[in-house]
Design a protein around this ligand. Structure first.
Ligand code: EPZ
Length: 420
């Protein structure tokens, strides 16, 4: 497995182009299964998760061709079975279930299983599809879903911690081809859900209300091919913004969507980080000494759980006490013990991390545990004195396009050590 060797202490300066959003493109690719016509998606990031979704679609019978930042997909013929070896590698692959069911009237898809950030059940996905009339059984680790006809219904998709992003995507996709009108209450409001609804509407679906907690889908007989451009990755943008503040540098995020970043930018401003907006570009730098802030992660438009680890690194560099509370995933603090190896003082109290910041970080070998934790560890390495080696960076390659090259361009001393 590759690792990243970082010689820290260099302020990052310059411009970085924000890639297409991983969490938008994965459901968009799944949505192409809803039509036999060709679909074209642009601004597709070159990520292992995206290539992996391509493999899943290929295994189902679709033609998938990547060309630069564009993917061409045509699912003229399909089979409705996705096995464990494919699904277990990436939880997002569960969002093929809704489209397969809608198109083929039956599907057998492996349950994805848990992951390092929490148990990640799919009960709400199944509840939503059942509300459309699907017969769902779970046998030997597989979801078997059958529905000779899906019919519109009302479904409440709020779970124990709020709405579900991929659950909303799954039900929304299935409902596009159902008879009648579906109403999803407590739908996820994330920009990635809106992007998916826009793509589905371009394919001929009739969806209104995406981005609000109530989404209405009037079913249509068939969808057709469409061309679409993926929204910029708000989590990548937030990660680079935090890297600018953490290294006391100045980074301009080119092609970001500031309107998708409100909660993050608000906290950065509270922490005395200056954010200057110029159209779709944002320039980020410290306004002076950093100030501690308390952060609670929440579904959109709250502070994203996918930025919690990176924000924690910034707070370790900030004199004073900050409390970071994780409300979306129960065990998303795997980075804490690794940050401690760099000298951070963080204690966990239930869902909260109490950060005593201000002590300088110093480099050490550390281990990445999940995608966003890896990004946080890279930021910590960039801000620390001395040399940090982040091991198991395949996690970061799942969701950050060419992160080492982008950081290098900003002046970071970072090298990828290839596994031999
Ligand atoms: C999406 O995961 C993202 N993944 C995650 O990003 C992100 O952290 C998460 O949304 C929250 O914003 C993709 O879009 C590919 P959820 P998703 O269903 O949809 C519980 C990253 O690093 N829940 O909104 O799987 C669940 O356990 C990744 O890019 C149920 O209880 O997340 C969690 O506590 C990691 N039952 C909460 O809801 C269900 O059926 C939110 O999960 C589904 C979810």
């Amino acid at each position: 497995m590759d690792s990243l060797l970082i010689k820290g202490g260099v302020p990052l300066e310059g411009e970085v182009h924000i890639s297409g959003a991983k969490n938008a493109v994965l459901p968009l690719m799944a949505a192409t299964l809803l039509t036999e016509e060709p679909c074209i998606i642009h601004h597709v990031p070159d990520l292992s998760d995206v290539r992996f979704m391509g493999q899943i679609l290929t295994s189902l019978g679709a033609d998938v061709r990547f060309d630069g930042g564009t993917v061409y997909i045509q699912a003229a013929k399909l089979k409705g079975m996705a096995d464990y070896d494919l699904i277990r590698k990436m939880r997002a692959s569960i969002c093929i279930l809704g489209p397969l069911l809608a198109r083929l009237h039956q599907a057998k898809v492996s349950l994805p299983g848990g992951c390092i950030i929490g148990s990640r059940p799919v009960d709400l996905h199944l509840k939503g599809l059942a509300a459309l009339g699907a017969k769902i059984t779970v046998k030997a680790g597989y979801v078997h879903a059958k529905a000779p006809r899906l019919s519109g219904g009302e479904v409440f998709l709020g779970g124990r911690v709020g709405p579900t992003v991929l659950g909303t995507a799954n039900v929304m996709m299935a409902a596009t081809l159902a008879d009648g009108v579906t109403v999803i209450e407590s739908a996820a409001c994330e920009p990635e859900v809106v992007d998916l609804a826009n793509f589905l509407n371009a394919m001929g679906a009739r969806i209104t209300g995406a981005g609000s907690p109530t989404v209405q889908i009037a079913g249509v007989k068939a969808l057709h091919g469409a061309e679409h451009e993926v929204i910029p990755d708000r989590i990548e943008a937030a990660t680079f913004a935090i890297a600018a503040a953490a290294t006391d540098g100045e980074i301009t995020l080119v092609g970001a969507r500031p309107d998708h970043l409100s909660a993050v930018l608000d906290k950065l401003r509270d922490a005395n980080v200056k954010v200057q907006r110029n159209g779709r570009n944002l320039t980020v730098k410290r306004g002076g000494e950093l100030r501690p802030v308390d952060i609670t992660t929440l579904p959109y438009s709250g502070f994203p759980t996918d930025v919690q680890a990176q924000a924690m690194v910034l707070m370790t560099l900030t004199p004073g006490l900050s409390i970071i509370t994780e409300r979306v995933f129960e065990s998303r603090f795997m980075h804490v013990s690794e940050l401690a190896r760099l000298g951070a003082e963080i204690s966990i109290e239930g869902p909260s991390a109490i950060v005593k910041g201000g002590r300088p970080l110093s480099g050490a070998p550390i281990m990445a545990s999940d995608l966003r934790a890896s990004a946080a560890l890279v930021i910590a390495g960039l801000a620390a004195s001395g040399t940090t080696v982040v091991n198991r960076v395949y996690h970061i390659d799942r969701g950050y396009e060419k992160i080492d090259a982008k950081l290098k361009k900003l002046g970071a001393r970072i090298e990828r050590i290839k596994e031999t």
